[in-house]
Ligand binder design. Structure first.
Ligand code: SF4
Ligand code: SF4
Length: 373
């Protein structure tokens, strides 16, 4: 909903400024490319140079190695999100065969990233990414987009042509566009709002001593001579939905506990009669979601005082550990009054966590139990 709201107001700023594809491509890979191979005209020259040229082997070879290294780095960091950094570091110091599935994952991710950043690039935005497809449903004439001011730029012509307006038809905006479109033909689905054409055209305008902003961030309405309306039904609806989402997320986060508990009855007989009374068996799944060890003690709530749970005075879980334990609830014959509902609380030793789950204790009728005595 935040993306819906922001897109309705500011167009595809997500694509141009925040999407990991754009961020990695423009802020990392293209910078390395420019550093090793020069600007776009130098790169075009290098493309045309035969592979027998040592300069080409050196520069392009260095670029391939650098791109492979960066792709592998991103793939490793991505894997670390799932296995943790210390675990990843441990895996990197032993044979790949010991963690072959992770090794295959990282290798495949590295190759896919390399293919993407070396060659595929903005084709991902055009062919694969679904967001580019539904942006037209989120944008209207008042959304901020990268647009060409045709009223100021048309008719085009060379600088010395007195009948021409401000666009000198130099094609710089087309040459720098990573998706290969001509923004002068109007807003197109391929435009990812990267603003490269704005910079290119502003540089031309500065050289010609004409006002900048022939291509600029503006609404289609303003580019056509109208006045942009910021408050619109679409913006209000998306804004309200975004606030509802933010409220729900805040509420969910405020109730977050760094531990999890689930209690289920063990399969088999619902209860067992022993000399001392009645026993119910449960399976306890206790999880420490935090990065520090946690020690819990368990206690019953709403249970007869004669019911107790032996062996649950102190349970310590390592960081991120989950333990599945068998829990016996014992009810002595003397205090037995039949089945009852109760809760089991697990409280951390530092007193900051108190998680609980409900369960029911089942047993025979009191008359039947007394007859067994
Ligand atoms: S038209 Fe301009 S803003 Fe849009 S993708 Fe091309 S260079 Fe980027
Ligand atoms: S860069 Fe500016 S002046 Fe050059 S063709 Fe594009 S819009 Fe016209």
């Amino acid at each position: 909903m935040l993306i819906f709201f922001v897109t309705a107001l500011l167009g595809r700023v997500w694509c141009g400024w925040t999407c990991p594809q754009t961020v990695f491509l423009d802020f990392v890979f293209r910078r390395v490319e420019r550093w090793l191979e020069g600007n776009s005209s130098a790169r075009r020259k290098l493309d045309a140079t035969p592979w027998t040229d040592p300069q080409k082997i050196l520069r392009r070879g260095a670029k391939i190695l650098a791109f492979l290294f960066l792709s592998a780095l991103i793939a490793h960091v991505f894997l670390a999100y799932f296995v943790s950094l210390p675990a990843l570091y441990g895996m990197m110091r032993v044979s790949p065969l010991e963690h072959w599935s992770n090794f295959v994952f990282v290798s495949a991710a590295t190759l896919i990233l390399f293919f993407n950043f070396f060659w595929f690039r903005e084709q991902l935005c055009l062919i694969i990414c679904p967001y580019g497809r539904f942006q037209s449903a989120l944008i209207d004439d008042d959304s901020l987009v990268v647009g060409y001011d045709a009223r100021r730029g048309e008719p085009r012509g060379k600088p010395r042509d007195s009948s021409a307006s401000d666009c000198v038809d130099c094609h710089r905006c087309v040459q720098v566009c990573p998706t290969g479109i001509d923004i002068r033909q109007g807003l197109q689905m391929e435009c990812i709002s990267c603003s490269a054409c704005i910079d290119a055209c502003d540089a031309v305008m500065t050289q010609l001593k004409r006002p900048r902003g022939l291509i600029r961030y503006d609404s289609m309405r303003a580019l056509n001579g109208g006045k942009t309306r910021f408050l619109r039904p679409r913006v209000l609806v998306y804004g309200v939905l975004m606030l509802v989402g933010a409220t729900v997320a805040t509420f969910a986060l405020s109730r977050y506990t760094p531990a999890g508990l689930m209690i289920t009855r063990l399969p088999g007989d619902p209860y067992t009669l022993v000399d001392s009374g009645v026993i119910n068996r449960f399976k306890v799944r206790l999880t420490n979601k935090s990065d520090t060890p946690l020690t819990f003690s368990a206690a019953l709530e709403n249970a007869p005082t004669s019911a107790h749970i032996p062996g649950f005075e102190s349970i310590t879980l390592a960081p991120q550990e989950e333990q599945v334990l068998q829990l016996l609830v014992e009810q002595s014959k003397s205090g037995y009054t039949g089945s009852f509902q109760f809760r089991i609380h697990f409280r951390s030793a530092n007193g900051q966590i108190d998680i609980s789950d409900a369960a029911s204790f089942v047993g025979p009728s009191v008359e039947y139990l007394n007859a067994q005595r």
